[in-house]
Design a protein around this ligand. Structure first.
Ligand code: SF4
Length: 400
């Protein structure tokens, strides 16, 4: 056996949690179920909502194990990708007005559309003198803002997973008076419904199953995906993030389709329940109100975002700094020229079909929002999509 082949085998053992036989069995089930469906359905897509699932699928080469005609596509589950430029532009403006801005590391590099004082991202604003600080969470911001006492804003970008933490800081009165929260939290099931709505209008036999995010579902519960399954009459499987988890989810979706079912199943039972975390849900309800929200590249979606409730208005950055909500025209023209993120985030287009992919737009020099975060589809494909490892592993293990 060549050195390269033995390295491949080692990778394989890690990749499939030392259980290549299970992977082979699952791929066998996927082939079997898909061949039964092909006559009625032809080609179709299974969509992963979440950037972390897209990472698993791409990094571990799971696409190479799928039968021809079964396409795995990524959905809008990258909060950095779907945050409109308008909010970043406002954060940059506040930074230049002397307010300390706290942000996650990926948001720091997110390109904005309209430069302000020569800055087209928070990183550039910092280089030009604004006080922008990268933090790992709101806790870091609280400690730092307490220490310096200056006016400060925390950019609260994320999905339901981070919302409960933000809610707790508000309810437990942990925010110092000088620190405000700009809640840009987005809610995942409404975006999934809208995405499949769009694709169903444009493509026949498009999405026939959803791989739903495990981490978000620990908070909201698998029950929150029932409206997706009911509306589109497709299976939804709440799934963990190991490659084996994803293969199980795909097999389960196909099995349901063969049986004519469209249920929500939980593959990730080691972390997710049907009801979810009721205490966290109750805190989110108290601290926030649900609003129509703007998703970059998609548009306004009903009941898809969280803003701070009136009860905690004094901690709301929008009210404190009189930042109006985004206008429809800012939401419509929200991507750089040539960028195809609007199609990438709804699984309609592959990153490799964007003319800028790995030419003008790269992970070290992103043009569009999907190339910034580790959860962005373009960034994932750029890093892990084209090295041929997946094919070598699949062949070595006779997985296909
Ligand atoms: S490669 Fe870059 S420019 Fe093209 S869709 Fe992706 S993020 Fe946008």
């Amino acid at each position: 056996m060549s050195e390269e082949a033995s390295e491949t085998i080692k990778s394989l053992e890690k990749i499939f949690r030392n259980n290549a036989n299970l992977a082979k069995t699952l791929v066998g089930y996927i082939d079997k179920f898909y061949s039964k469906l092909q006559k009625d359905f032809g080609s179709f897509k299974i969509m992963d909502f979440c950037g972390t699932h897209e990472w698993t699928i791409t990094h571990y080469g799971l696409r190479s194990l799928m039968p021809e005609g079964l396409e795995l596509v990524a959905g809008p589950g990258c909060p950095v990708c779907v945050t409109p430029s308008y909010y970043i532009e406002n954060a940059i403006r506040l930074g230049f007005e002397g307010i300390v801005i706290y942000t996650y590391g990926d948001v720091y590099r997110l390109p904005s559309l309209k430069p302000l004082n020569g800055a087209s991202s928070l990183a550039e604003a910092k280089a030009l003198g604004a006080e922008i600080k990268i933090v790992t969470g709101i806790g870091d911001a609280i400690l730092d803002a307490r220490a310096h006492g200056k006016e400060a804003v925390f950019l609260g970008i994320g999905f339901e997973t981070v919302a409960s933490g933000y809610a707790q800081t508000l309810i437990s009165n942990l925010l110092p008076e000088n620190l405000k929260l700009m809640s840009l939290v987005k809610l995942t099931p409404p975006a999934m419904i809208a995405t499949v709505d769009i694709l169903e209008k444009e493509e026949e036999n498009s999405v026939k199953g959803i791989i739903a995010p495990g981490h978000v579902s620990t908070i909201i519960g698998a029950k929150s995906w029932k409206p997706v399954a009911d509306r589109h009459k497709i299976p939804v499987v709440v799934t963990g993030f190991e490659p084996i988890d994803v293969l199980i989810a795909i097999a389960e979706i196909l099995k349901q389709l063969v049986k004519g079912e469209a249920k929500v199943s939980i593959e990730y039972t080691r972390a997710v329940s049907w009801e979810g975390d009721l205490k966290a849900q109750e805190m989110i309800c108290r601290a926030f109100k649900v609003v129509e929200d703007a998703w970059r590249g998609i548009g306004f979606l009903p009941e898809s975002g969280l803003r701070i409730s009136d009860r905690f208005a004094s901690f709301d950055a929008f009210r404190e700094y009189e930042i109006p909500e985004i206008a429809p025209e800012s939401c419509q023209a929200d991507l750089p020229k040539g960028c195809r993120c609007a199609e990438v985030v709804i699984g309609k287009e592959k990153p490799t079909n964007c003319p800028l992919f790995m030419k003008k737009c790269t992970p070290s020099s992103p043009v569009g929002p999907c190339m910034v975060s580790l959860e962005g589809t373009c960034a994932i494909w750029a890093r892990f999509g084209a090295n041929g490892l997946a094919d070598r592993i699949a062949d070595e293990l006779e997985l296909r």
